[in-house]
Design a binder for this molecule. Structure first.
Ligand code: BGC
Length: 679
């Protein structure tokens, strides 16, 4: 008996998987009538996540699903693994793990009968008040790309498409459908587009999502300069652009979207309505070549994800397996950050601790609920809360008490959650402070019992100035996913040695951070938001203004100690095609095995134009046994020195000397040296 696939192959030559994709796309294109092409440009009515099939030609629907923290219930209708949030992933600074995450989540996308994951979210953190900070990686374009690229590669290795979002300068939720981000050309390229560019160039993501907001007056979904001219012509993107859901509401002319290169309007036709398209086409407002290009791009991805291939040749899906859950667990293990550990109070000794008091609103909160926080919400089959994790670990060994006075240690689980006005899509945070009752709880607890540990569960920075001096131990656990409670217990009791480092600066107060000079710079006047801080976003701003943050970018402690020695630079001349390698010896000088993230920052010394004081350009995560030493090699090449020159509208680099700094965070620099860039 011939299989369904074989029968399709006999009748429709584009099902013949011995031809290459472009040839097969040509074959489909030849069969499409004008109205088929129009049909393909918008989502299937009432489905919300699918493209329209063309049954006559056996062109199936392509299925999409949210989102950045795992496969969302609202778009897959299935319970799936709730991974730690994106900030937790980027705090691991672990490229391989990001790839494993991509592979693991791809299996669940496939098992959910979807083909595209609407992730990663790679917008740059401009303000900690952005309600979606928890969905994004970092304030730094380099770290964003280093985590984003392997994630995309992992996903796509399973023939599941990545969708980079939200393109571009989508940095706040206030007035998100109409706000116009007013950004200077150089800043746009160096800060807000850089990670998109680099990930497109390196990892060829198959889909890009156009943003709700306007960029310098033009919507993300009809922005010819950003889509057609930059993304497609300059960077060579060959996949399709999809709107953010309903993002075309304010657009009236379909030709603007087609000319810009927008292939797919989701979740249904608004500007790409059949009659509107027909009329505009008849009036010559767009050409058949322009139309064919956007259709072809969409079809290309249908081929990439395997919709026309023998199903047996497609990597299989699975969900909620121990292997996938173990990836979620490892991200939490490596992403949790030890921020403060006075007198080495941690790790606690399970043999010595007799009683603990577990407090705080987040000790038993479950974060994996339908749409809790918006489109990134995932509903997992189970979720271990911090208190459950501790109870499981300490059962029969340590007593739990409510009496803070008699407890050996008090552990306060504070932070935010995904309710409106906190870490939540569609509106920004309503307050930078932790809720007042939490501040009181922390202050009161540490007053009663100096052995107080604060564990924060949140997705965006919170200030600590009111209580930090009195609290000896602080852990940033982010939203650590469905296995998070056990991991936190393992960190507290030393089975896991924390190694995460901050991917975002924690300011002491909101006014210290870059976007908060005035209402005009955040959240704008309802129409425009001015990116007046320019290049000085995140640590670039704190460095330039010499403001001391609460915790700097790249910072994080360990239960062991590391010593940096023996900085070596074999040659100090750098030129095109000739990178330099800086090496440093790293020794674990403590008594526990642990991992350190060695960071490399660059500053231009004789630049013809203003450059940030320093910029992250490389890092290595190194695991060391006690007493062990390893040599860490970090490369710097010309592409690490480039800046965007708006006079010639492209990237360039300056000759002269550059200072290379090696450190354990952006502020803890261990060595610096000079390299010279020659023609
Ligand atoms: C969000 C996107 C999401 C889409 C589909 C939008 O509101 O901005 O990030 O992928 O909805 O749920």
């Amino acid at each position: 008996m011939r299989t369904r696939f074989e029968r399709l192959k006999d009748k429709y030559p584009y099902y013949n998987d011995t031809f290459d994709f472009e040839e097969r796309i040509n074959l489909v294109m030849k069969k499409l009538k004008l109205f088929d092409k129009f049909r393909l440009l918008s989502g299937r009515r009432f489905s919300f996540w699918l493209t329209k099939p063309i049954r006559r030609l056996k062109i199936p629907s392509l299925g999409m699903t949210d989102g950045p923290n795992g496969v969302a219930f609202h778009s897959s209708f299935k319970k799936n693994t709730k991974f730690p949030n994106s900030k937790c992933l980027s705090s691991t600074w672990n490229r391989e793990l990001a790839k494993e995450y991509g592979i693991a989540v791809a299996k669940e996308v496939r098992a959910s009968k979807r083909h595209i994951l609407l992730a990663p979210g790679i917008n740059i953190d401009r303000t900690p008040m952005n309600g979606r900070t928890f969905e994004y990686f970092s304030e730094d374009p380099y770290l964003t790309r280093e985590i984003g690229s392997p994630f995309v590669e992992g996903l796509q290795s399973q023939r599941i498409g990545a969708c980079l979002k939200h393109y571009a300068a989508n940095n706040q939720e206030t007035n998100r459908f109409k706000i116009n981000s007013q950004v200077d050309e150089r800043v746009l390229h160096e800060i807000y587009l850089r990670a998109f560019r680099d990930i497109v160039l390196r990892s060829n993501p198959w889909v890009i999502m156009g943003s709700y907001n306007k960029i310098n007056g033009v919507s993300g979904c009809s922005n010819k300069e950003l889509l057609r001219d930059t993304l497609m012509s300059k960077w060579g993107f060959n996949g399709y652009v999809v709107t953010d859901w309903f993002a075309t509401r304010g657009i009236t002319q379909p030709e603007n979207c087609i000319k810009a290169g927008l292939s797919l309007e989701m979740p249904k036709s608004i500007v790409y309505k059949m009659n509107q398209l027909r009329k505009a086409y008849k009036q010559g407002k767009f050409t058949i070549e322009e139309l064919d290009d956007v259709v072809r791009r969409l079809l290309r991805v249908l081929f990439y994800v395997g919709l026309f291939d023998n199903p047996e040749s497609i990597p299989p899906g699975e969900r909620n397996t121990p292997e996938i859950q173990s990836v979620a667990k490892r991200i939490a293990e490596e992403g949790i950050i030890l921020l403060k550990n006075e007198k080495e109070m941690l790790p606690l000794d399970i043999g010595e601790v007799k009683t603990i008091a577990v407090l705080g609103p987040n000790k038993n909160k479950k974060f994996g609920k339908l749409l809790y926080g918006g489109s990134a919400a995932v509903v997992p089959p189970f979720e271990i809360t911090p208190e459950e994790g501790l109870m499981k670990k300490l059962e029969g060994k340590v007593e739990f008490t409510e009496d803070r006075m008699i407890a050996d240690y008090c552990i306060v689980f504070a932070g935010l959650d995904h309710s409106r006005g906190k870490d939540c899509e569609s509106l920004d945070r309503d307050n930078f402070e932790l809720p007042e009752d939490q501040i009181q709880l922390i202050k009161e607890t540490v007053n009663i019992n100096p052995n107080t540990i604060v564990v924060l569960l949140n997705g965006s920075p919170v200030p600590m100035i009111q209580w930090i001096d009195n609290v000896p131990v602080i852990i940033e656990a982010w939203y650590p996913g469905m296995e998070g409670g056990s991991v936190i217990a393992d960190v507290l009791f030393g089975d896991i040695n924390p190694s995460g480092k901050l991917p975002i600066t924690f300011p002491k107060e909101l006014n210290d951070s870059p976007a908060h000079k005035s209402e005009k710079t955040f959240p704008g006047d309802g129409e425009n938001v001015l990116y007046e801080e320019g290049l000085f976003v995140g640590y670039r701003h704190f460095d330039q203004q010499q403001i001391e943050p609460q915790f700097s970018f790249g910072y994080g402690l360990s239960y062991t100690t590391f010593e940096y020695s023996n900085l070596k630079l074999v040659k100090n001349l750098i030129s095109k095609g000739r990178p330099v390698t800086i090496s440093v010896d790293l020794t674990n000088t403590g008594e526990r095995a642990g991992s350190e993230i060695v960071q490399l920052y660059i500053s231009a010394n004789e630049s013809p134009i203003v450059r940030p004081p320093k910029e992250l350009k490389n890092f290595a995560k190194v695991h060391l046994e006690p007493g062990e030493t390893k040599t860490v090699d970090l490369r710097v090449s010309i592409s690490d020195l480039i800046y965007y020159d708006s006079r010639i509208h492209t990237w360039t680099y300056g000759l002269g000397t550059y200072t290379v700094r090696i450190g354990s965070s952006s502020q803890e620099i261990k060595f610096e040296t000079l390299v010279a860039c020659k023609p």
